[in-house]
Ligand binder design. Structure first.
Ligand code: IPM
Ligand code: MG
Length: 367
């Protein structure tokens, strides 16, 4: 198969971690006889510097022409807390989501047995937790208009808007995943306060009948924040609007013991984007210390979701598990007293595992 992938390294540690992800894709393609064609594009602060636009038209064209987009991270401290900065790197990410029609962000949360002791929660609560957060990505407060300030500058406003159509398409996607998983869907909202949440809930109540195999649970967002900590194992598929999803997925990510491990996929109308959920970690940029595993696991999601190649995805996951079990990991998850590996050493190890797994007799598939 020919894999035409747009590579968008972005800012901070983005280039270093994406490079390890790229090498992993190459190793998988070599092992399974696929042809990998990658083209690189600018996004974020680096794109502002180069061409004055955080999501240049050329990058957009590259994304539209590719089967999948592999993305590093976006953001630079220079633009934080500076209202005079004008255009911000994050606007590039939001423009990309909107223009590519990426209405659903999928963030699977799984635990790695070797890392259980690193979770801030007690192991018996976390062990075996395995759920999928589905966040609506192109609506709500992030995109609702009007947004801005009154003339005197003393009043600011954001608008939360959702149409039935936007809600229905993501709920159907979420029901589909729930059907293929353990048959439970949790809708997280604030229907006791927000009109948009009430439309979400009403739409779900109507759809519920079409998915008799799925149990639908309704949870207020404050309660959901608590349940994530108290009983993470009680979730199977969680679906929610944009802002709630942003907050809850950060919370969910620490359950596994490292933000550096969670991959994500954004899917929608034109193409799909695969990226780690952590940010650009500017303090670590250029130091070869950042954890590349979330990016490498995002490559696994890409094989699974964009190319429908689950066997290839499985090989990547097994290689990542091997690196965690062997302790060949970066400083954020290394066991106390052990030597931490660099970003590229973790990449080396994962690639060598992939080669070993695909060269074993009977493992490699004919091209
Ligand atoms: C995320 C990030 C972004 C978001 C920021 C960088 C705009 O936090 O992908 O979760 O809020 O969506
Ligand atoms: Mg976020």
């Amino acid at each position: 198969m020919r894999l035409n992938i747009a590579l968008l390294p972005g800012d901070g540690i983005g280039p270093e971690i994406l490079e390890q992800g790229r090498r992993v894709i190459e190793a998988v393609c070599a092992g399974f006889g696929h042809v990998f064609e990658g083209s690189t594009g600018l996004v974020g602060a680096s794109a502002i510097e180069a061409v004055g636009d955080p999501y240049p038209q050329e990058t957009h064209r590259l994304c539209l022409a590719s089967d999948a987009v592999f993305f590093g991270a976006i953001g630079h401290p220079r633009y934080d807390n500076d209202p005079s900065a004008g255009v911000r790197p994050e606007q590039g990410l939001l423009a990309m989501r909107k223009r590519l029609g990426l209405y659903a962000n999928l963030r699977p949360v799984t635990t790695f047995p070797a890392l259980l002791q690193r979770s801030p929660l007690r192991s018996h609560l976390v062990e075996g937790a395995d759920f999928l957060c589905i966040r609506e990505l192109t609506g709500g407060l992030y995109f609702g208009r009007p947004q801005g300030r009154s003339e005197d500058g003393n009043t600011a406003y954001d608008t939360c808007v959702y149409t039935r159509g936007e809600i229905e398409r993501i709920l159907r996607l979420a029901y589909g995943y729930a059907q293929r998983r353990r048959g439970k869907l949790t809708l997280v909202d604030k229907a006791n306060v927000l009109a948009t949440s009430r439309l979400w809930r009403q739409t779900a109540r109507e759809l519920e009948r079409e998915y008799p195999g799925v149990e639908t649970e309704y949870l207020f967002v404050d309660n959901a924040a608590m349940r994530l900590i108290q009983a993470p194992r009680s979730f199977d598929v969680m679906v929610t609007e944009n802002m709630f999803g942003d907050i809850l997925t950060d919370e969910a990510s620490v359950i596994t013991g490292s933000l550096g491990l969670l991959p994500s996929a954004s899917v929608g109308l034109h193409t799909s984007v695969f990226e780690p959920i952590h940010g650009s970690y500017p303090q670590a940029a250029g130091k070869n210390i950042a954890n590349p595993l979330a990016t490498i696991l995002s490559a696994a999601l890409m094989f699974e979701y964009a190319f429908r190649l689950p066997e290839e995805a499985g090989v990547i996951r097994r290689a990542v598990e091997a690196s965690i079990e062997a302790g060949r990991v970066t400083e954020d998850i290394v066991a106390e007293g052990s030597r931490a590996c660099s970003t590229s050493e973790v990449g080396d190890f994962v690639c060598s595992q992939i080669r070993a797994l695909t060269q074993a007799p009977g493992k490699a598939k004919a091209p």
